[in-house]
Design a protein. Structure first.
Length: 340
């Protein structure tokens, strides 16, 4: 009960605190293991989310991630591809840390301290942990060696709390979980950024089949969600080429936050909306350059493909030859999905 309250409080605070408490409480990691986890340590094994950690004695371990834990870590990672997963918070200085004189001195609390317990004064080896903690630690160690398909014994769609619950509501969050598990998790790693240039040709038919099994509203929901659903929402939009989906696609491009989502969104927007996507492309380009996200060169190639200049009245462009080649490959995939 106390652990549940702690996890719920952390999820209602910040994504970084929620990720740290979740790894400590639900995965059984030590504090040093949890603090040393990076974004690139998250991966996929046989279609299931995993986390690679270095355990005690420098022994690597591959831990299966239950669905609620994976969602929490994704919120902490946001659209970052590298760096520490729980980002360190700035150190808070104590009152009077920069002062001189009596005000900066800490009060003498020796008189208010409780005397040590008499058991602590006895010589001898350190007492072992309580049996409950020992059993919990052994359970977590055994879970590292279990198959990811059998590691999660908790309900997949338990009631949620925190920011996602307040923004979406329980029913919408559960429906989104089902949609993500079915339409996003199996494909987004090979279709994000420019990975579709290498892997997309083999997945187009399967993605088209999955796209026909969902509705226009499902595609709009994916385009309004986090970056991973947005990637697949961009690839499902050619299968649902209607005006509401086009509008959601342009809005998703304008509010995208990194280079992982920009290429699929830009290619789909250029193919479906044509010159109507220029304003959205320029809005994202300005935010990308200001944040140094690394996707502006592909956006410039897309704007030039539509017969315009990235900056009206100027011939300045960040596009490279490989950007035009990758854009052509992605547009071919979009055309195949439209005709599927």
């Amino acid at each position: 009960m106390q652990l549940g309250v702690l996890v719920a409080t952390a999820r209602a605070s910040t994504p970084d605190e929620a990720a740290l408490i979740t790894m400590l409480g639900l995965l059984g990691l030590r504090i040093g293991e949890a603090c040393s986890v990076n974004v690139e340590d998250m991966g996929t094994e046989r279609g299931h989310r995993t986390l690679h950690v270095i355990g005690k004695g420098n022994k690597p371990a591959l831990i299966p991630l239950p669905v609620p834990v994976a969602r929490t870590l994704d919120l902490a990672a946001a659209e970052r591809a590298t760096g520490p997963l729980p980002r360190p918070t700035p150190r808070v200085h104590h009152r009077g840390a920069g002062r001189r004189g009596p005000a900066a001195r800490r009060p003498d609390r020796r008189s208010t301290r409780r005397p040590p317990h008499h058991h602590a004064l006895r010589p001898g080896p350190r007492q072992p942990r309580p049996p409950r903690q020992l059993r919990r630690r052994r359970l977590h160690r055994r879970s590292r060696l279990t198959d990811p398909r059998t590691a999660d014994r908790r309900p997949r769609h338990a009631p949620i709390s925190g920011i996602r619950a307040r923004c979406l509501g329980d029913d919408v969050y559960v429906a989104l979980n089902d949609l993500v598990d079915r339409c996003v998790v199996p494909y987004y790693l090979k279709m994000m950024n420019r990975n579709a240039v290498e892997y997309g040709a083999d997945l187009v038919d399967e993605i088209a089949t999955v796209g026909r099994s969902i509705t226009d509203e499902d595609v709009e929901t994916l385009l309004r969600s986090d970056w991973r659903p947005r990637v697949m929402g961009a690839w499902f939009s050619p299968v649902h080429d209607v005006q509401p989906v086009r509008s959601a696609l342009l809005k998703s491009l304008e509010t995208a936050g990194g280079y992982l989502t920009a290429p699929p969104l830009a290619a789909a927007a250029a193919a479906l909306s044509g010159e109507g996507a220029l304003d959205s492309l320029r809005i994202y380009r300005a935010a990308d350059i200001a944040g140094a996200w690394g996707g502006a060169s592909f956006i410039d190639a897309t704007i030039e493909f539509l017969g315009s200049q990235p900056e009206p009245g100027s011939e300045t462009s960040l596009a490279r030859p490989e950007d035009h080649e990758h854009l052509s490959e992605l547009l071919r995939l979009v055309d195949r999905l439209r005709g599927a």
